[in-house]
Ligand binder design. Structure first.
Ligand code: HEM
Length: 555
């Protein structure tokens, strides 16, 4: 076609181009225009897919080809609440480094000392990945959602001492009271099954409000068949809402949240409800503080300063631009409530469920230790030190529970560092990072997940079996015990590890010690393997969102 008009020797290139375009324009019919409109994006998508598959710097990393081409694959598994399992299957099929998205790489460190894992989560001080943008509270930042390592480190310094082991130990009397009240509630239920998942939520709401604001919510005390706790129901809804908001684009969510159904409206506004409830506590505290009702106990050894007191004390001691606004204080407090209540309730529910289905001799082993440590049935006579250091069987039960049914065993994403982030001597270098022999360019989303770490056959023999004895074997060699400890990461890893782990550990042990000292536990007919299957929202939950167990007072 071009040759009719185009003579290289007599026409300039510019004239030739103009003629060519004119020629094309005259030959365009509505059909060819339509075809081009359809074909153009298709050609673009195909070239993009081919580029991602064959020309991306991540092309050499094994993994399903459809995952390399588009994020749809991982999105689909997120929607099916099975992302963690899909990634685990990839490790089994493709090995320890897998490309699970066009720009995302998952790894499972085969080293027993977890060197690569430690490099990624600790040494390199990496930023978090983009998924954390979805967990903002009412548009406000808080420590879980802060992406940049440096910003986070500064923020965390304001309150990390609140969660130190020694400060959390001061909350032990409240933990004991909550555990005793839970036992009383179980006794009141007579022979009826008790939903321990619900009960633990109430325990944790009370404890976290006590630790944060010094406030007695009395959520557990008010627990009855018909009771309704606004914080409890908002937390339940919000876990699912976060998942939806993480997947659905903002504009679409803004549209669908208008759907005029009362339950749907309550669900969609669960974040606002929780935020407003916590904001109320923050404002009340400020009012009382302004009125001189709170003298500082920050430096007191006996008194336990509340979390909110620490935030205000920070404001007193810094320049105005570093001060936290009331919204930021609310958002931070709310994030601790959300991170702590669900996770601890899920953990205790699975541990009690596992206890209920253990052979008699295992149950006996656990209870014999508690009988010895707490000779007086019905009262929590244990001090903090004994609870933490002298109950190896209870310790093994908790470790095994968190290994197999950890509430947050999910892919914890980080961003591969740019040149300025890679410290000398590490395996990060100017053109990216070396992960188990693969070069990872800056900006790639990388991470691992404790779900898979906890199921390593070479570290935890028979990993799917719930077996507390693996943590107790005195004569097993030290290397295997060390390897298990290194690969055990239910509270996350490195610089962004769970800040509330001592609170969680204390509350779990206190409740479990007293409940198992007082009751024999069995499954109720409505609780079984199927209802206790784990589904993944951001963390894991029993699919039935309950854990009904029968508690029989021990003779
Ligand atoms: C058994 C109970 C718990 C488990 C298994 C657990 C697990 C985790 C994990 C895996 C992370 C890391 C998430 C990540 O890297 O994105 C995390 C972070 C966090 N957890 Fe927990 N958690 C528990 C209880 C608690 C409690 C009781 C609180 C507070 C009262 C809490 C507050 C937090 C906060 C604030 C973070 C964010 C830390 C940061 O980025 O600096 N957690 N938790």
């Amino acid at each position: 076609m071009f040759s009719d008009h185009f003579n290289w020797s007599s026409t300039s290139p510019l004239t030739a181009s103009v003629i060519a375009v004119q020629d094309m324009m005259t030959s365009l019919t509505p059909r060819t225009i339509l075809l081009s409109i359809l074909l153009l994006p298709l050609t673009f998508l195909i070239s993009k897919a081919l580029h991602r598959l064959y020309f991306s710097p991540l092309s050499s990393i094994p993994g399903p080809w459809y995952a390399a081409v588009s994020d749809l694959w991982i999105l689909l598994h997120t929607l099916r609440c099975r992302k963690v399992r899909a990634i685990d299957d990839c490790f089994k099929t493709y090995g320890p480094v897998v490309r699970i998205g066009p720009n995302t790489v998952a790894f499972l460190d085969p080293d027993r000392g977890q060197q690569t894992t430690r490099m990624v989560y600790s040494a390199l001080k990496l930023d978090k990945g983009p998924i954390y943008n979805a967990v903002h509270m009412n548009g406000q930042l808080h420590s879980v959602a802060i992406i940049e390592h440096n910003v986070h480190a500064k923020y965390k310094r304001i309150f990390s001492s609140h969660y130190s082991p020694s400060n959390i130990a001061l909350l032990h009397p409240d933990m004991k009271s909550s555990a005793e009240l839970l036992v009383q509630k179980i006794l009141e239920s007579k022979d009826q099954p008790v939903d321990i998942f619900h009960g633990m939520h109430l325990v944790m709401i009370d404890l976290i409000l006590k630790s944060t604001f010094g406030h007695d919510q009395g959520a557990l005390k008010a627990w009855s068949k018909d009771s309704h706790d606004i914080i409890m129901s908002s937390i339940e809804d919000f876990a699912l809402l976060i998942l939806i908001q993480g997947i659905v684009p903002n504009w679409l969510f803004t549209l669908v949240r208008r759907f005029p159904n009362k339950r749907w409206q309550t669900f969609c506004s669960s974040g606002d409800t929780l935020f407003n409830t916590i904001a109320h506590f923050v404002h009340e505290y400020k009012k009382e503080r302004d009125a001189g009702l709170h003298t500082s106990s920050i430096n007191s050894e006996q008194e336990r300063p509340t979390f909110i007191e620490r935030l205000f004390a920070h404001n007193d001691s810094c320049t105005p631009e570093d001060q936290l606004s009331l919204e930021e204080m609310t958002s931070e407090s709310m994030s601790h409530m959300l991170a702590g209540v669900d996770a601890t309730s899920v953990a205790v529910s699975y541990i009690l469920y596992q206890f209920a289905i253990q052979p008699h001799h295992v149950q006996h082993q656990i209870q014999a230790e508690l009988d010895h440590a707490m000779p007086d049935a019905g009262s929590m006579g244990l001090d903090w030190k004994t609870l933490h250091n002298n109950l190896p069987v209870l310790d093994a039960l908790c470790k095994e529970g968190l290994r197999l049914h950890g509430p947050i065993p999910t892919f914890l994403e980080r961003l591969a560092p740019g040149p300025q982030q890679a410290p000398s001597g590490s395996r990060g270098h100017s053109t990216g990072l070396d992960i188990l022999g693969y070069r990872i360019p800056p900006g790639t989303v990388i991470g691992t997940q404790s779900w898979s770490m906890h199921r390593r056959e070479d570290v935890f023999g028979n990993p799917e079996e719930f077996d507390i004895s693996r943590w107790l074997e005195q004569d097993s060699n030290q290397d295997s015990q060390d390897a298990m400890t290194q690969a055990w990461a239910p509270y996350g890893l490195g610089t962004r590890m769970c800040i509330g782990q001592h609170l969680a550990r204390g509350a779990m042990r206190t409740v479990l010690a007293l409940v198992l000292r007082t009751f024999d536990v069995e499954c109720s007919p409505e609780t079984n393997e199927k209802t206790m299957e784990m589904i993944e929202l951001f963390g894991m939950f029993p699919v039935g969102l309950s854990c009904k167990l029968k508690f029989r007072p021990r003779g």
